[in-house]
Design a protein around this ligand. Structure first.
Ligand SMILES: *[C@@H]1O[C@H](CO)[C@@H](O)[C@H](O)[C@H]1NC(C)=O
Ligand SMILES: *[C@@H]1O[C@H](CO)[C@@H](O)[C@H](O)[C@H]1NC(C)=O
Ligand SMILES: *[C@@H]1O[C@H](CO)[C@@H](O)[C@H](O)[C@H]1NC(C)=O
Ligand SMILES: *[C@@H]1O[C@H](CO)[C@@H](O)[C@H](O)[C@H]1NC(C)=O
Ligand SMILES: *[C@@H]1O[C@H](CO)[C@@H](O)[C@H](O)[C@H]1NC(C)=O
Ligand SMILES: *[C@@H]1O[C@H](CO)[C@@H](O)[C@H](O)[C@H]1NC(C)=O
Length: 461
């Protein structure tokens, strides 16, 4: 008996002492981080002069930039590096607005030992986690927190260019003379960030924990050079990649979160409400109204979360969506992304949907006061006549019913437009964040399954 108690005592001592140092996450433990809309008064990107109309216009512009970037990366040959993607976007000659295309939500976190507090953009459309680091001399942008100095952190460690995590950067990485891993990472808005891959302790603030939950040895980029017309993230220190690729926060946490995360985004109009990013068992999304569809993995584009969109159903009419693209051989034709505001569908589908909506709405049609939308109505004094819901049918029969707030946007006083915009290039659709608002959406990367559950108000979840 004595011989068997000794090891178990040793084990429990180990657990107690580890817990006393830092609150480590047990596998699958519930964990939940605040997602702050970029237009929130508590975001450094907040513009006090913005109105719901100006925000929708800015969001439409940056959605377009981001869509062009995704579509280029997925469809154009030889897209092995993010740099060539940026060049291709430049070719499109798109108007670049500040920080267009890098994501719509921010999160607070801590980095290093002793920990430094900072805020970064949370982005489901990219993988690398990075912040600005010293020295960055002349080419660093303004950020609200002080710039991270790796020399002041006892847990900072450079990653060798021969390490797996450097290889995951593919052609975005090079070896320096000292065999460090030098990356150059580009985004859809044309901005390019250069730095060194390192490992460090990241701390996340979760409700239910009185201290940040720490993740030691997280690989992240220390950006020393920023370049691009919009390299400025408006006060945020960098970007936290939540994509499906191996460098993302989600994939690095891996089994500690059971390869599951979920989020719930409040209405686009409620800028002071926050959403939540749930990890581990908090990301189990279920319920009587839950519907699930396969997540389609494409080896060379594992950053993106890809779904098969089969039909859009309006007022009893089913409109088939072009599936000839067939990404991953499983009908993949749609990226689901939290950082793109509007929803993109191919022109043929959009025209068919707009025609059914138009014939079912008795409100007067008005010319789109912006350059983005296809179908707009004068809704003055006619709330009771409403606009029809759109139902998106994804592979496996998942029916996602978009109520008016998710399917239409108000672009001017009394003017509401169908919130779908046509793909500029080809038919990769994007299911954007207005369509996703007030759904709890679970990403299960172990079983490659995405689940939607409608909720009354994500800011109260
Ligand atoms: C950013 O910094 C300014 C001034 O330093 C401060 O007034 C503002 O509250 C900060 N914003 C955030 C979101 O921390
Ligand atoms: C920034 O990018 C532009 C265009 O790509 C390039 O001409 C310029 O040399 C770059 N600047 C720095 C400091 O790298
Ligand atoms: C990166 O390289 C790995 C092999 O080293 C390959 O499997 C993967 O598809 C590449 N990713 C991209 C985006 O090219
Ligand atoms: C469907 O998409 C393919 C590839 O993008 C395109 O060649 C074809 O013309 C599209 N079909 C329709 C009906 O739009
Ligand atoms: C919308 O209709 C109202 C009357 O119902 C009218 O006064 C207003 O000018 C119209 N707005 C537009 C943009 O057509
Ligand atoms: C779709 O329509 C938009 C504008 O309506 C146009 O700019 C674009 O070229 C069209 N795309 C295709 C693939 O036909």
């Amino acid at each position: 008996m004595a011989s068997s108690t000794t090891p178990s005592l040793g084990l429990s001592l180990f657990i107690v002492s580890a817990a006393a140092i830092l609150p480590m996450l047990c596998t699958g433990e519930a964990f939940s981080v605040e997602l702050i809309p970029r237009d929130s008064p508590s975001s450094p990107l907040h513009n006090p002069d913005s109105t719901p109309f100006s925000r929708i216009l800015a969001a439409a512009g940056s959605s377009r930039v981001r869509a062009a970037y995704f579509i280029n990366r997925i469809l154009k040959a030889g897209f092995s590096s993010s740099l060539s993607a940026v060049e291709a976007v430049d070719d499109l000659n798109l108007e670049i607005t500040s920080t267009a295309g890098v994501g719509a939500y921010l999160m607070n976190f801590e980095l290093g030992t002793p920990p430094r507090k900072m805020m970064a953009v949370a982005d489901t459309g990219s993988d690398l986690i990075w912040v600005q680091c010293k020295p960055c001399d002349s080419i660093c942008f303004h950020q609200n927190s002080s710039i991270f100095n790796p020399r002041d952190s006892s847990t900072y460690k450079a990653v060798s260019c021969h390490a797996d995590y450097c290889l995951y950067l593919n052609s975005s990485a090079r070896c320096t003379k000292t065999s460090s891993c030098h990356y150059r990472y580009g985004y859809g808005d044309g901005s390019v960030y250069d730095g060194l891959l390192a490992s460090e302790t990241i701390g996340l603030y979760s409700s239910g924990f009185n201290r940040p939950v720490q993740f030691p040895k997280t690989r992240f980029g220390c950006t020393h050079w920023s370049n691009g017309t919009s390299a400025d993230l408006g006060g945020a220190a960098g970007i936290i990649g939540l994509g499906g690729g191996k460098l993302s926060l989600i994939r690095q946490m891996g089994s500690a979160i059971g390869s599951k995360f979920s989020y719930c985004l409040p209405s686009f109009l409620q800028t002071s409400a926050t959403g939540r990013l749930n990890l581990g068992s908090a990301a189990r999304v279920s319920g009587a109204n839950a519907v699930s569809t396969p997540l389609i993995r494409i080896e060379e584009h594992d950053t993106y979360y890809i779904l098969g969109l089969e039909q859009i159903i309006v007022a009893g009419h089913s409109i088939a969506v072009n599936r000839s693209l067939n990404l991953g051989g499983r009908g993949g034709n749609t990226i689901i992304d939290s950082g793109t505001t509007l929803t993109f569908v191919d022109n043929t589908t959009l025209k068919a949907v707009a025609s059914v909506v138009a014939s079912n709405v008795r409100l007067p049609q008005v010319k789109d006061p912006t350059e983005y939308f296809h179908l707009c109505f004068n809704v003055s004094g006619a709330a009771e006549r409403g606009l029809p819901k759109l139902t998106f049918r994804f592979s496996g029969g998942a029916l996602v019913v978009l109520p008016r707030e998710n399917a239409y946007v108000q672009v001017a006083e009394n003017t509401e437009c169908l919130a779908l915009i046509p793909n500029a290039v080809e038919s990769v659709n994007i299911f954007g964040n207005i369509a996703q608002q007030n759904f709890h959406i679970g990403y299960d990367l172990e079983n490659m399954k995405l689940t939607f559950v409608p909720v009354a108000d994500c800011s109260k979840l």
